[in-house]
Design a protein around this ligand. Structure first.
Ligand code: ADE
Ligand code: ZN
Length: 325
């Protein structure tokens, strides 16, 4: 019997925990922390979701994320997401978070990670959902800041932090700026991913592969412009963590019929479907699967293949992957 998209066991590999902050929770957390957000109500915050590009989204995302102050806030944020993800049969998650955004407000790394880890542990206990953390560096801040945060991460030695990533404003901040940071992460045994080719050209993807030795590309939409890169991704089995509803809302591919997901899969690239910042982009992971199915006319088998790929290209230990298949 064909399983619905929401019931397919899957991994979510491109999900910013700060991007799961729903307006009601943002207001609840702000209120208990005595912080006033520059919006009068959750509805007014929602009204600001009128994005024209990545930057116009990031401006709202960082303001709303400013409500987060305590380990409890990070716990409650992650827990709300994990509960929602469980309803979409997410069995494994690799949660991105932006340590620099919070350290800048005086919150300590162990408070952020402590809150997130507590929620992951509860999810493990409650639903046997596995999960880990990927600390993303903000590419529009100096590489030296990222290096300092990386040293803190290595020092903290949290078993939950399995890797590092690179996010925020893309154009003008090429991957090679972070060559030394990612070399240090490699040396410390951390996995490496990077946003690339979301708004910037395919050359950013090539540079991230070469200079940062990344294992997965976050978004990678612009790979479609280079047959040579497509061949390389397919040959080396480097997966793309794509986020169709995000791409639609941020005008990367305003019409999903133009999304390169199908062409890339047809050329042998491993692609996964994810939600990026679901509170802001109008859908959690199963909604992203549904959007792809509707627009590209996927069969149930093809949809199930996306879910299997997500488990295969995750950083879960091999025994866990075997359990999930
Ligand atoms: N941070 C959160 N979501 C992001 C995205 N889609 N691109 C870059 N940085 C982000
Ligand atoms: Zn992202």
């Amino acid at each position: 019997m064909a399983r619905t998209l929401a019931a397919l066991p899957k991994a979510e590999l491109h999900i910013h925990v700060e991007g799961t902050l729903e307006p009601d929770l943002a207001f609840e957390i702000a209120q208990r922390n005595g912080i006033s957000l520059p919006y009068r109500s959750p509805d007014e915050l929602r009204d600001a979701y009128d994005f024209v590009d990545l930057q116009s989204f990031l401006d709202v995302y960082f303001v709303a994320g400013g409500a987060l102050r305590t380990p409890r806030d990070f716990h409650d944020l992650a827990w709300a997401y994990l509960e929602r993800a469980h309803r979409d049969a997410v069995a494994h998650v690799e949660l991105f978070f932006d340590p620099q955004a919070h350290l800048a407000r005086g919150i300590a790394l162990d408070e952020i990670v402590g809150g997130l880890s507590a929620a992951l542990a509860e999810a493990r206990e409650t639903w046997d959902m596995s999960g880990s953390l990927i600390a993303c560096f903000l590419r529009d801040r100096p590489a030296a800041d990222a290096m300092a945060v990386l040293e803190e991460i290595i020092e903290l030695d949290s078993p939950d932090i399995v890797g590092v990533g690179l996010d925020s404003t893309e154009v003008g901040y090429p991957p090679a700026l972070f060559r030394d940071v990612f070399a240090r992460a490699f040396e410390a045994g951390l996995h490496r991913v990077s946003h690339a080719g979301e708004e910037a050209p395919h050359t950013y993807i090539v540079e991230a592969l070469d200079a940062l030795r990344i294992e997965r590309v976050d978004h990678g939409v612009r790979a479609i412009d280079s047959p040579e890169l497509i061949e390389r991704l397919a040959r080396d089995g480097v997966a793309l963590t794509m986020c169709p509803l995000s791409n639609k809302r941020l005008h990367v591919t305003p019409d999903l019929r133009d999304h390169p997901i199908r062409a890339l899969v047809d050329q042998g690239v491993k692609v996964t479907i994810n939600s990026d910042d679901p509170s802001y982009f109008g859908g959690y992971i199963a909604d992203n699967y549904a959007a792809v199915r509707e627009v590209l006319g996927l069969t149930d088998d093809e949809a199930a293949q996306f879910a299997r790929t997500s488990i295969d290209v995750s950083f879960a230990p091999p025994v866990r992957k075997a359990q999930l298949h």
